[in-house]
Design a protein around this ligand. Structure first.
Ligand SMILES: Nc1ncnc2c1ncn2[C@@H]1O[C@H](COP(=O)(O)OP(=O)(O)O)[C@@H](O)[C@H]1O
Ligand SMILES: [Mg+2]
Length: 370
């Protein structure tokens, strides 16, 4: 049995039952129809079942069509629904006003059913293509974010190997010494070395957990988190690399009380990406990265600056573009800043390069508090 094809849904909003009847009869063959006889009922129904298209009368008692459209446009979940005004107001000014509010079309009454049918079909097709494109962009971006995380892990692999090796040596060393202690019958020392082995193993465990967490695909999950924990998580990922490059990290204003409402894994990736970029230009052992944070009434703000060479003026507009990189093939993906910007935009925020000159660069972004 073939699956029932999805029938798109049209919501007809009109205070006159005859108009609803005629429009319903015109469209019933091709679409599922629902209707509302007032603006407030229409808004309730949009909330309830999110129609694919709305035919909206303008003059209605109570909330009129203009106001219905304004409220729909304000809601991020519904702003994309195409709205066609059907109105007896045939003045060009009314039509322009309606279209400026965000209606996709304007049909004057008395309407010809064939015209309504054709226009509804056109806008339904446009909506279908738009939805399909949006979902493609969404899927592709998710894949890119994931591949950037893996690329970052690749870049960090030497550091990661080293991170695991250190506690592993520690575990093996302590085990070897236990063998000597057994021969010497030194129980106190055996006990201490066993404690050391457990500590070393726990460190390796924590490290692999973090790596697993970093490489995992995940949906968005916002929670209230201390900004300091997010930064610590990123620094822990980059610890060995910073040590190796001799880069010093200074923080200011990142108090334990400063909490932000975000997806902590994604924002930690923002810090990893930015710090990574800085360490790559800070190669002479005198590099300093300064992370400052604070908050205003509605946002937390963060600046991350380095004392590197800065970004050449002619590149400033391109650094956030996908695949723009000035690094050798195996070193850069050109996705770091693109994804950083994408992650912040999913949090409703932006990132800007706020300074770039011979004394270094500075990036600034904000994060939601709730
Ligand atoms: N802090 C910085 N200082 C100087 N140049 C930078 C800095 N951050 C980014 N850039 C420039 O922006 C480019 C794009 O960065 P990004 O999107 O992270 O990709 P990638 O790091 O893979 O090259 C880098 O190749 C580099 O030229
Ligand atoms: Mg990068």
């Amino acid at each position: 049995m073939s699956p029932t094809p999805y029938r798109m849904n049209v919501l007809i909003v009109d205070d006159m039952p005859t108009n609803i009847k005629i429009l319903g009869e015109t469209l019933r063959k091709e679409y599922d129809i629902s209707f509302a006889r007032s603006g407030s009922k229409a808004l309730e129904m949009v909330d309830d079942h999110c129609p694919d298209l709305i035919l909206l009368d303008i003059m209605m008692p109570g909330i009129d069509g203009y106001e219905v459209l304004r409220r729909i446009k304000k809601s991020p979940d519904h702003a994309h629904i195409p709205v066609i005004f059907i109105s007896a107001r045939d003045d060009e000014k009314d039509e322009t006003f309606g279209l400026e509010l965000g209606a996709v079309d304007y049909i004057t009454k008395p309407f010809r059913p064939a015209v309504v049918k054709a226009r509804v079909r056109t806008h339904m097709e446009l909506k279908m293509h738009r939805d399909r494109l949006n979902s493609l962009v969404h899927d592709r971006t998710r894949q890119l974010i994931h591949s950037d995380r893996l690329a970052t892990l690749g870049t960090l692999s030497a550091a990661i190997a080293h991170e695991v090796k250190n506690p592993l040596h520690y575990v093996v060393g302590n085990a070897e010494m236990i063998m000597d202690d057994i021969l010497g019958g030194n129980m106190v020392s055996i006990q201490q070395r066993a404690v050391n082995i457990v500590k070393g193993a726990q460190r390796i465990n924590a490290l692999t957990d973090r790596l697993k967490g970093y490489s995992k695909k995940r949906g968005k999950s916002n929670i209230e988190t201390p900004l300091r924990d997010i930064i610590d998580d990123a620094l822990e990922m980059l610890r060995y690399r910073l040590l190796k490059c001799g880069v010093e990290i200074r923080t200011a204003g990142v108090d334990k009380e400063l909490t932000v409402f975000c997806d902590p894994h994604q924002i930690s990736q923002v810090f990893v990406n930015l710090i990574n970029n800085s360490t790559e230009v800070l190669t002479d052992g005198t590099g300093v990265i300064v992370i400052r944070a604070g908050k205003t009434e509605e946002s937390a703000w963060v600046t991350l600056s380095d004392n590197g060479p800065g970004i050449p003026t002619d590149k400033i507009d391109t650094i956030f573009e996908p695949f723009f990189t000035e690094k050798a093939d195996d070193k850069g993906t050109g996705l770091g800043l693109f994804i950083t910007r994408h992650i912040l935009s999913r949090h409703g925020r932006e990132i800007h390069l706020t300074r770039s000159d011979a004394s270094g660069s500075e990036f600034t972004f904000t994060l939601p508090l709730k």
